[in-house]
Write a protein that binds this ligand. Structure first.
Ligand code: NDP
Length: 447
């Protein structure tokens, strides 16, 4: 089996040699899915996985825009349309200087499995730009978003490809992008998700990824007759996912002691309560400030410049910032300090060797493609509401979100439970996600 996986990965590396994040994401899937293919006759000899690692379409384009001083800038825009076997391409847009084809291909690839796990009819895609919204005025962000959509609009549509937000793309950016799409196409459709509530957005969509991640943690802990209440929780990030993961942990009686951004982390030994979290939300979403400013107001807390929070003693860790932010040393630190559960809010925040260490120690570990699927699931619910031209209540959407997260958890158990009773959620998520897409591809023939 190892030889089969190696031969497959050699081929992937030959074609995508300069794309380390993409190779990392494919390797993780190959290790679990290739043995499954080998033991299931219908997938044999069809090269399904090789077809799945090749994007159906990779679009790259120039985005030229003018700053407040009249200077012209050029950024690179992308849309990766990875797989449409089970529905229109669906996945977020990321605006961050680190964005390149490798990062977007890894995200698009993961998205295919994640969207399949939600049981909703959504294919996988991802896009974005190396544009950095940080330090830009609202007008500059608007001009960039408009320029970006001038090209992107011809590749997307409510039945073709439905983008959403991701790092650097929140409510403000979705508004500007939607405005330009509507103007060019002269149609008001659900072409983007994460929209404002008064113009087609779904209730709970901003909260969904963070809330869903914590609901998933609850399901995992339940298998050990445990729950979030009374637990000390370490969270990285202070953006959309981190904020709402923190909010749900607090609501369920857990104590959140850290949050972070790319400059470092804050540690509040007394816990970040609802008022303190409201301060962080205002700081990040309205003032667009740095997390270090927290300690100017809450002086009992400390700021740790340039560091990650994984050395802080905790029961549960939620990495909610970015890829590869939790390495082997961090994993060892967490487990040495008694951490029993690691649940990914971000996409691929743990490195491969960190994941192997969690599995070896048999602690609860959830990969983002399962535990952070609540965001795209609620985007799927937003698409349904747009198509039906109705709006569900907060309670209705939250109940559906809880149901979807619980079903994803059950699928992971179904395909990931090992002989000794330990659940390998990575294996479970990969195989459960693969089966639905692979079956659709088989049915649709070689295209
Ligand atoms: P935001 O832009 O709202 O927040 C991102 C957070 O991560 C910020 O605190 C940011 O700090 C920090 N961060 C970004 N890059 C780095 C870096 N290189 N090193 C350290 N910290 C960094 O993004 P989201 O909260 O939406 O996304 C966070 C993660 O969750 C991503 O992996 C995303 O793909 C994933 N995700 C998001 C979903 C969603 O619905 N939004 C759905 C599913 C997954 P700073 O402000 O300093 O840059």
């Amino acid at each position: 089996m190892e030889a089969k996986i190696k031969a497959f990965m050699d081929e992937v590396k030959t074609r995508n040699g300069h794309e380390p994040e993409f190779i990392q994401a494919v390797q993780e899937v190959a290790e679990t899915v290739i043995p499954y293919i080998a033991s299931n006759e219908i997938y044999n000899g069809k090269n399904i996985l090789l077809r799945m690692v090749e994007p159906e379409r990779l679009i790259s384009f120039r985005v030229a825009w003018v700053d407040d001083k009249g200077e012209i800038h050029v950024n690179r825009g992308y849309r990766i349309q990875m797989n449409s076997a089970i529905g229109p391409y669906k996945g977020g847009l990321r605006f961050h200087p680190s964005v390149n084809a490798s990062i977007l291909k890894f995200l698009a690839f993961e998205q295919v499995f994640k969207n399949s796990l939600t049981t909703l009819p959504m294919g996988g895609g991802k896009g974005g730009s190396d544009f950095d919204p940080k330090g830009k005025s609202d007008d500059e962000v608007m001009r960039f978003c408009h320029a970006f959509m001038l090209e992107l609009n011809r590749h997307i549509g409510p039945n073709t490809d439905v983008p959403a937000g991701d790092i650097g793309v929140g409510a403000r950016e979705i508004g500007f992008l939607f405005g330009m799409y509507k103007k060019i196409r002269n149609e008001f459709t659900g072409v983007l998700t994460g929209k404002g509530l008064s113009w087609g957005g779904s209730k709970i969509r901003p909260e969904a990824t963070g809330y869903g991640t914590v609901y998933f943690a609850q399901s995992m802990l339940k298998t050990k007759n445990n729950d979030v209440s009374g637990k000390t929780v370490v969270i990285s990030g202070s953006g959309n996912v981190a904020q709402y993961a923190a909010e749900k942990v607090i609501q369920l009686g857990g104590k959140v002691v850290t949050m972070s951004d790319s400059s470092g982390f804050i540690y509040d030994k007394d816990g970040i309560d609802e008022d303190k979290l409201a301060f962080i939300m205002d700081l990040k979403n309205n003032k667009r400030g740095r997390i270090s400013e927290y300690v100017d107001t809450y002086s009992a807390a400390t700021f740790h410049k340039g560091e990650k929070p994984w050395g802080v003693k905790c029961d549960i860790a939620f990495p909610c910032a970015t890829q590869n932010e939790l390495g082997l040393e961090h994993a060892q630190q967490l487990m040495k300090n008694g951490c029993i559960c690691v649940v990914e809010g971000a996409n691929m925040p743990s490195t491969a060797d960190a994941i192997h260490a969690f599995h070896k120690a048999k602690i609860l570990f959830a990969p983002g493609k399962a535990s952070n699927a609540g965001g795209v699931a609620t985007s799927g619910l937003e698409m349904s509401q747009n198509s039906l031209r109705i709006s569900w209540t907060r309670e209705e959407v939250d109940e559906r979100l809880k149901g979807i997260m619980s079903d994803i958890h059950d699928s992971c158990i179904e395909f990931g439970k090992e002989d000794d009773g330990y659940c390998n959620y990575v294996k479970g998520a990969n195989i459960a996600g693969f089966v639905k897409v692979a079956d659709a591809m088989l049915a649709q023939g070689i295209i």
